[in-house]
Design a protein around this ligand. Structure first.
Ligand code: NDP
Length: 681
């Protein structure tokens, strides 16, 4: 008999069976939870000591590499997870969203981490702001690991993705996780955690797993810890108002069920492609994962004139959906996650029927396809109609977490916005329109109540990832009823697990703290040109003040002829005199090129490539006769552990460049990005 184990303080715990976990397909028992109690105080302490120590022995870049290694390992072993996922009622496509979607999120965070996070464990969130007139005192922000543990309490519908989308940014941030999956589908999460352990990429203490309840876990949390939650609004409320969470101001991020919308704009009629796209999107959202997605469409808002056409088309499409055992050919929709969940959804439909008509479903002649499926948690799609959606409650309040949605007619755009807002905050809304003016008017009006807005037209449909897919680079979450939290959204999610602190001091101190050169800080000048140093030998603040160069008319003429840029400001004496500068000035790009000529060390050396500029500004014009000089300073070093195409290890160096004139006025300012070789082995 298979007993799931918790993974606590570095050990797998659990021998004695407790609660049986039945398959959603046929009711057979897939696994049991364990009876052995968990010492939550020990789990938290272990995370805070062993976990934090091992995670912070690595830096952002190393953790990003570890995430990638883990994702590659998981991908190689995904069939083990697919086999278990089937029992949750998932079709192959549903499992792919959960399993491959989860791995995709790991890959995505690994690559964002490599690209956007520094070496070390301090994120500098610039820009530095001068706080005094003479740049002796400045301020900036840093983000650092919190030194606590993150407790992630997840929902039953995405046992793999739900864990990984929270784990990835937490791990990058250097925070150990204690993961508590929903019990009903925890057998898939347990298998995923075993694979993560087996990958060898997970430092000891970085991940613990709870099978079953959380006991007194929240009582042991402290100020440096965080809690995230996905599930029902009622559990979110219960947990966020836990006395210890409140007393210690422990950050609590919730993502709860919400009454998401799909809105058909009045410019779309059944002759348009957007009408078909709208129907397809709604049907997909109602049936993928049997409608058990926090982002699924629950309310379908259509112009009164199109109500009948939309209702007919949805009924036609939904009645073609074959539900049953996903292993059987032709089955397009699987089961709900458990019999309890099925009973909950049926009860919610009954409550919806008090204010809505039922257009499809519930006739009693539904038969899921497949052996033993009469014992499974199956439910056919239900389409309801609320004729009076301006009334509060009903379909604006009741979330039937299954293949269920309610049609609502509206007459004006303002009415559509008001009806959508009656859901009191949602994760996502799709707007189907052909008219950019409607999108331009409606989206800002809708945005206050919705975490994400997906505008669907024929062009977007060619590549759209769909209404229901949270993407790692975009924020997931929503206001009000949707939990009021934020997840994903690129590096933003990593920042949720870091402490942001304002730092004030002299530029020299700020440079030492942030690990980045700050203008006005003491520079290091030696006989050696900074371009002649290998990556490891270069120091932050290492600087070169170049010789000077007087700009002549010949420079301007030559540069204009070479580049073909004969703009009047450089070539037309009269027009230039009439301009705000009152005289001819050098091309900005000439100044850039001349500065490069001043600061490069031309011989072969460790600087391998210049791959771009950031933050370029031309500040003071350079007329004929002005004399310019450049200062090049090593600003930031990032070791991404990369090698050049021919196998030489290299790192990224960002150089601060200031170009000044004879009056010491700043002429041009920018960062140069280069690849610099590491010392030969
Ligand atoms: P719950 O809110 O009951 O459970 C969500 C998670 O919280 C589970 O891991 C659950 O564990 C845990 N939990 C529940 N009570 C406590 C507690 N007192 N202390 C600590 N942890 C707790 O949601 P359900 O999974 O039961 O689903 C109910 C409804 O929630 C659905 O019908 C749907 O409306 C909504 N939902 C929303 C989701 C979303 O993504 N926003 C996803 C899934 C559901 P355990 O399983 O052990 O009880």
């Amino acid at each position: 008999m298979s007993v799931l184990k918790s993974f606590i303080a570095g050990e797998w715990l659990g021998e004695t069976p407790a609660r049986p976990l039945p398959s959603a397909i046929n009711g057979d028992i897939v696994a049991h939870t364990h009876q052995e109690p968990i010492d939550f105080a020990k789990a938290v302490e272990y995370g805070r000591t062993t976990g934090v120590k091992n995670l912070l022995a690595m830096d952002f870049q190393e953790r990003a590499l570890a995430l990638k290694a883990m994702a590659l390992y998981l991908q190689e072993h995904k069939q083990e997870l697919y086999a278990l996922s089937h029992h949750t009622g998932a079709t192959k496509r549903d499992s792919a969203i959960d399993i491959d979607g989860g791995f995709g999120t790991l890959f995505s965070y690994a690559s964002m981490g490599r690209r956007e996070l520094p070496s070390g464990n301090v994120v500098h969130e610039g820009p530095v702001m001068p706080l005094g007139k003479e740049n002796h005192f400045a301020g900036t922000h840093i983000l650092v690991p919190r030194g606590g543990v993150a407790v992630h309490i997840n929902a039953f519908n995405f046992p793999v993705w739900g864990m990984l989308e929270k784990f990835a940014p937490t791990f990058l941030a250097g925070m150990p996780c204690i993961v508590k999956p929903a019990t009903a589908t925890s057998y898939v999460t347990e298998a995923a955690v075993r694979l993560m352990q087996a990958s060898g990429a997970l430092p000891e203490g970085a991940l613990q797993l709870i099978i079953g309840g959380t006991g007194d876990l929240l009582d042991h949390l402290r100020e440096q810890d965080v809690v995230t939650f996905t599930g029902s609004a009622s559990t979110a409320l219960k947990l966020r108002s836990h006395p210890n969470i409140l007393a210690r101001s422990i950050p609590f991020n919730a993502e709860a069920d919400s009454l998401n919308c799909a809105i058909l704009a009045p410019d779309v009629t059944p002759d348009h492609e957007e009408f078909d796209l709208f129907i397809k999107e709604v049907v997909r959202e109602m049936t993928v994962k049997a409608g058990q997605k926090c982002t699924a469409v629950r309310r379908i808002l259509v112009p009164t004139a199109q109500l009948e056409a939309v209702a007919d088309r949805l009924k036609q499409q939904l009645s073609k959906v074959v539900a049953g055992d996903p292993a059987v050919d032709g089955v397009r929709m699987g089961a709900l996650a458990s019999l309890d969940q099925c009973a909950d959804v049926k009860a919610a439909i009954d409550r919806l029927k008090e204010s809505c008509e039922c257009l499809l479903g519930g006739t009693g002649d539904f038969q899921p396809l497949g052996d033993g499926c009469d014992r499974g948690a199956f439910l056919e799609p239900h389409l309801l109609l609320c004729r009076n959606p301006e009334q509060e409650g009903g379909a604006h309040d009741i979330e039937a977490f299954g293949p269920v949605a309610t049609l609502m007619p509206y007459d004006t755009l303002e009415q559509a916005v008001a009806i959508a807002a009656k859901g009191k905050g949602s994760l996502v809304t799709t707007l189907s329109t052909r008219d950019p003016a409607i999108a331009g008017q409606l989206v800002p009006m809708l945005a206050a109540y919705h975490g994400r807005l997906h505008v669907l037209d024929a062009q977007a449909a060619k590549e759209s990832t769909g209404h229901g897919s949270p993407l790692p680079m975009l924020k997931h979450g929503g206001p009000g009823r949707a939990g009021g939290g934020e997840e994903l959204g690129g590096i933003r999610a990593v920042c949720h697990y870091l402490q942001r602190t304002a730092v004030q001091g002299s530029p020299t101190m700020l440079a030492a703290i942030t690990g980045e050169y700050v203008r006005g800080a003491k520079v290091i000048e030696t006989e050696v040109h900074p371009f002649r140093r290998y990556f490891e030998d270069l120091q932050i603040n290492e600087s070169l003040l170049t010789h000077r160069r007087t700009v002549t008319e010949a420079d301007i003429v030559n540069f204009g002829c070479l580049s073909g840029d004969h703009f009047y400001m450089h070539f037309d004496e009269i027009a230039a005199r009439n301009s705000q500068f009152r005289e001819r000035i050098a091309h900005g790009y000439f100044v850039l090129s001349a500065a490069a000529g001043l600061f490069v060390s031309p011989g072969e050396g460790p600087v391998l490539a210049n791959y771009g500029l950031d933050n370029l500004r031309f500040i003071t014009p350079v007329p004929i006769g002005d004399t310019i000089q450049a200062r090049l300073t090593c600003k930031r070093k990032i070791d991404q552990g990369r090698t050049s195409p021919d196998g030489h290890p290299q790192g990224v160096v960002v150089w601060d460049v200031e170009v000044r004139n004879q009056k010491d006025e700043l002429v041009a300012s920018y960062d140069i990005l280069t690849l610099v070789a590491k010392r030969p082995q």
